[in-house]
Design a protein around this ligand. Structure first.
Ligand code: T5A
Ligand code: NA
Length: 209
């Protein structure tokens, strides 16, 4: 069976260092000669992404359900591309995914099952690396508080929901990493989890959820 690329998702609270870590991971994979492509959700560059961006910057108001569905639509509009890349042997690294979708909307009070349903049958990551940080520590980092959800109370709820979600996965497919440490220490753990997956998976990509 032909080898495919890995589908690696990095999740976490706001300011946990996801973008920093996906960028480092991409560079390391490239150094090893492993074909890699980065995705980021929300992808603010699409038409749907523009609406999400405006909402997050509090420049527009939307019903909680409407914004939830837009976040999901934003994943669906890139799902085919992600699957095609992975099956052609490219490793896809993704900065946030459906788990952020569920955690943030459920933290606002929407029922968890309702939150999951629009993401059902999206490609499932081979591993989700969850960057865990206390809201207190996250707040000390650059740029915190600029966007809609960057408030401690909200972040605390989101963290609890992420923990509930993590308990549904086995240790191989969901890894919690202490993101309150130095960048390089976090990167070492990310690399340890990601590297083995890129040596040639043959099993088909699974589906959420
Ligand atoms: N959302 C998202 C939903 O509600 N539903 C969804 O379906 C999805 C996909 C925007 C919001 O959308 C919500 C969740 C969010 O509230 P975003 O665009 O990913 O999501 O948000 P960003 O603002 O881009 O990213 P974050 O705030 O989450 O930051 P990161 O990527 O976690 O952190 P990063 O790497 O940018 O670092 C932040 C700062 O900390 C420093 C960095 O240099 C930077 O200044 N830093 C460190 N400092 C000390 N020690 C370390 N180890 C550090 N690592 C990074
Ligand atoms: Na980010």
């Amino acid at each position: 069976m032909a080898k495919r690329g890995a589908f690696i998702v990095i999740e976490g609270l706001d300011r946990s260092g996801k973008t920093t870590q996906v960028t480092t991971l991409q560079a390391r994979l490239e150094t090893e000669g492993i074909p890699v492509k980065l995705f980021k959700f929300p992808d603010r560059t699409t038409a749907v992404g523009n609406m999400i961006d405006s909402y997050l910057r509090s420049q527009s108001e939307l019903d909680d359900r409407a914004i939830h569905l837009l976040f999901s639509a934003n994943r669906w509009e890139l799902a085919t591309t992600i699957e095609a890349l992975v099956s052609q042997g490219t490793t896809v690294v993704c900065d946030r995914y459906a788990f952020s979708g569920v955690a943030f909307s459920a933290a606002k009070g929407l029922p968890l099952d309702w939150c999951r349903s629009p993401d059902v049958s999206l490609p499932a990551p081979d591993v989700t690396l969850f960057l865990d940080i206390t809201p207190e520590k996250a707040r000390e980092r650059g740029g915190y508080g600029e966007e809609r959800y960057e408030k401690e109370e909200m972040q605390r709820k989101v963290r609890d929901i992420f923990r509930d979600i993590s308990s549904e996965f086995d240790k191989g497919t969901w890894v919690t990493i202490d993101a309150g440490r130095e960048r390089e220490d976090v990167a070492v753990d990310v690399w340890k989890c990601a590297r083995p997956l890129t040596s040639g998976l043959t099993s088909p990509v699974q589906r959420l959820w």
